[in-house]
Design a protein around this ligand. Structure first.
Ligand SMILES: [Zn+2]
Length: 300
């Protein structure tokens, strides 16, 4: 009798454990039985958007991938491969093919559509102090075009093939209050300039956090951008923090997600303390808020 009870109990546990193992195996096998599949965060994307592509059902990284003529890099996360692609704010609105050649030689293609994004227009304001110093809108724009922008563009060209982060992205400030939209065209009689970052409300001296793990690829003070930190997160993804009052990291140092890399300021061309926050993906200017939301939603 005693033996029978023990045997029954043993068989129950055995079936239970076997059931779990079979269910888990089926779950993991399912994605591969289904075959290779591409999933997009959106098939109609606006200028300045971030596109996340998930590749399911493959064991090895793809041999090649392109959006239009531009190469795309995939990285592994869990059972899938992912790519984070920037749709530059100035990219042509058009239908564009997405192409992947798998390690097996099989090819997958999809058609995506890039739509025109909204472009707000505002006045480019030059402070009284700058006017007193003889710096007008034309000189300001000329310096951005000939000095500050090329300096940072040379950094954004760097491609670190290894992914530098393993967790979600965070905000660069404790509170996100947008006071200067991404993509706005700032106009004046002396010329105009597009605002390829977002201005966030902050007080002088507020802590500025690295949005994820990475390497401080650029640290310096530029005439218009002021004290600037650029973090390389790998795979061509960079975050930039401008107009700082103080820089709290050194060039080439490894930074952690949430680490204080500087303090909010008003250095360079800035009317009041705020944080100009920017994100670039392989040179593409993208809306930083959309970057944080899309990547955090689609890559778990
Ligand atoms: Zn700004």
């Amino acid at each position: 009798m005693k033996f029978k009870i023990k045997r029954k109990k043993f068989l129950t546990i055995l079936f239970f454990v076997a059931g779990i193992i079979i269910a888990a195996s089926l779950f993991f096998a399912w994605k591969f039985i289904e075959g290779p599949k591409l999933v997009f965060s959106g098939e109609k994307i606006e200028q300045g958007d971030v596109l996340v592509v998930r590749l399911d059902g493959v064991w090895r990284a793809p041999a090649e991938a392109r959006l239009g003529s531009k190469p795309v890099s995939f990285f592994r996360r869990g059972l899938s491969y992912f790519a984070i692609i920037g749709i530059d704010a100035k990219s042509k609105p058009e239908k564009i093919p997405f192409y992947v050649k798998l390690a097996s030689g099989e090819e997958l293609t999809s058609q995506l559509t890039i739509l025109l994004g909204p472009v707000k227009k505002t006045k480019l304001v030059v402070s009284k102090e700058m006017t007193k110093q003889g710096i007008g809108a034309a000189a300001l724009i000329n310096n951005i075009i000939s000095n500050d922008k090329p300096t940072l563009d040379s950094i954004f060209k760097i491609f670190t093939p290894k992914i530098g982060f393993s967790e979600s992205f965070i905000n660069p400030l404790k509170k996100w209050t947008d006071v200067g939209n991404f993509g706005t065209l700032r106009q004046s009689s002396g010329g105009s300039v597009r605002h390829f970052g977002v201005d966030l409300k902050a007080d002088l001296g507020d802590s500025v956090f690295s949005i994820n793990d990475g390497v401080a690829q650029f640290i310096g003070e530029l005439p218009d951008y002021g004290k600037t930190v650029i973090i390389d997160h790998g795979l061509g993804i960079f975050s930039g923090y401008l107009h700082l009052s103080e820089i709290k990291t050194v060039v080439n140092s490894k930074v952690k997600r949430g680490e204080i890399i500087g303090l909010v300021g008003s250095t360079g061309y800035s009317l009041a303390p705020h944080l100009h926050f920017t994100v670039k993906i392989n040179g593409a200017s993208v809306n930083p808020r959309k970057f944080l939301d899309t990547v955090n939603e689609f890559i778990k």
